[in-house]
Ligand binder design. Sequence first.
Ligand code: HEC
Length: 151
Amino acid sequence: MHTQTTIWLMAAALMMLGACGDAGDSADDDGNNGFVDNTPNNSANNDAVLEGPFESFAERPCPTDNILTADNFGAPFMANWCNGCHHSSLPAGTRAGAPIGVDFDTMDGIELYAEIIWLRTADQNEGMPPAGGPSDEERRMLGQWLACEFK
Ligand code: HEC
């Protein structure tokens, strides 16, 4: 007898939980009835959208929550990985073959080559440095920084 009452109470409680679940649906206030919004402005889904690979620099988005700047990322990245060959103070013969004038020690120099840098180095592109080095995460951050800084 007692056991049966408990079961009924549990059943009633489960039904109330079910009702709460329904109420939760109508409290879904993003206007999409529970469907996932994959547009880039939906910050909850930014990670999926921003994984790439991207067809081109033009298609590489800048996430709305970007915090990468020249000071905290761009300049140190270039100093670590690129300026050993691509620096305006390096004369011919000391650049390991890096073309004269292709220098990334100034923002102007980086901006001039932003799209080509992306094609050779950022996101899924691994052409530079010639011997490799930057992690996948650093390449992704470079893609993000270039997109946010120069587009
Ligand atoms: C060890 C020397 C060396 C380092 C370090 C290096 N590069 Fe290069 N880079 C070269 C050489 C050599 C070339 C010319 C041959 C070629 O294009 O592959 C070149 C060419 C380029 C070009 C093509 C320029 C053009 O006009 O087409 C870009 C862009 C570039 N590098 C970007 C970078 C970036 C970004 C980094 C750092 C992540 C980097 N490189 C690091 C040696 C280097």
